[in-house]
Write a protein that binds this ligand. Structure first.
Ligand code: PLP
Length: 268
């Protein structure tokens, strides 16, 4: 018999193409040595060409999944991905308090504020942005928006390092302990520069930029790798560092699959 491993819970949507969502989260948890558990919020119909549609899981089934695993198996860290609707977000927030997950309960909680796919297909109903801001951000140990999500959440367009810092400050006003503003392909530099801040420290994290269009699932994979490191009790800056190293390998080894955008690779 083995010792019980650390556990991580993802509250997110299913991707039938296997590149993003719950599928990416679970294989990242596995690769990072934690036992992965899921509360599925929505089932998407998608392939490499985009999201053709999705169905939400009934709210009471979403919250029952969280309760079932938290009360029996225990959760060392949790993350959210696609949450689909304000109704689901509000119920998830309430349930996390009930099972004592989040920054105020010493169980790290990462919010990846997923709003749309890379193809621009919506994964969140419009009215749900406000629920992410008010219900999830104040409970988060870390939030991980990309630049599109920063613009949706704050109205700010990040164009350089100074505006990236300003955006981090605005997002911290919404209550998370830490924010990671992902720079992606913003800067005309050979590196991707993400900014991590808790309002006191401003840490620039550079990563190599790879010329590939196959980056499906990269946001989910990064957030999951960070969550796994938090489950292993790393502090936030170290966990983000580990997550960046993990996603860099996955992007370097991304592969074509289907006619459109292929996934980042879990094989390395
Ligand atoms: N589908 C699901 C279920 C997701 O959770 C996400 C991202 O979080 C996506 C699709 C979009 O992935 P990408 O933007 O990497 O294409």
């Amino acid at each position: 018999m083995s010792a019980t491993p650390k556990t991580a819970l993802t509250i997110a949507g299913s991707d039938s193409g296997g590149g993003a969502g719950i599928q990416a989260d679970l294989r990242t948890f596995f690769a990072c040595g934690v036992h992965g558990m899921t509360a599925i919020t929505a089932v998407t119909v998608q392939n490499s060409l985009g999201v053709q549609g999705f169905t939400e899981i009934p709210v009471d089934v979403v919250t029952a999944q969280i309760r079932a695993v938290a009360l029996d198996m225990g959760v060392n860290a949790a993350k959210t991905g696609m949450l689909a609707s304000a109704e689901i977000i509000e119920a998830v927030a309430k349930t996390l308090d009930e099972v004592r997950i989040g920054r105020d309960h010493d169980v790290p909680f990462v919010v990846d504020p997923v709003a749309a796919s890379m193809h621009g297909d919506p994964l969140l109903r419009d009215e749900a942005l406000e629920a992410i801001r008010t219900q999830l951000f104040p409970r988060a140990t870390l939030v991980t928006p990309n630049l599109d999500e920063v613009r949706l959440l704050t109205g700010l367009a990040v164009t350089d390092r100074e505006s990236q810092r300003h955006a981090a400050d605005e997002l911290l006003e919404l209550g998370p302990q830490w924010v990671l503003v992902k720079g992606g392909h913003l800067f005309d530099e050979p590196e991707c520069v993400d900014l991590l801040s808790d309002g006191f420290q401003y840490i620039e994290l550079s990563g190599r930029r790879y010329e590939t269009k196959h980056t499906h699932g990269s946001g989910d994979t990064l957030a999951s790798a960070i969550t796994a490191s938090l489950a292993h009790e790393l502090g936030v800056p170290d966990a983000v560092d580990e997550g960046k190293r993990f996603i860099e390998h996955c992007v370097a080894d991304a592969y074509p699959l289907g006619e459109g955008i292929g996934p980042v690779s879990p094989f390395w």
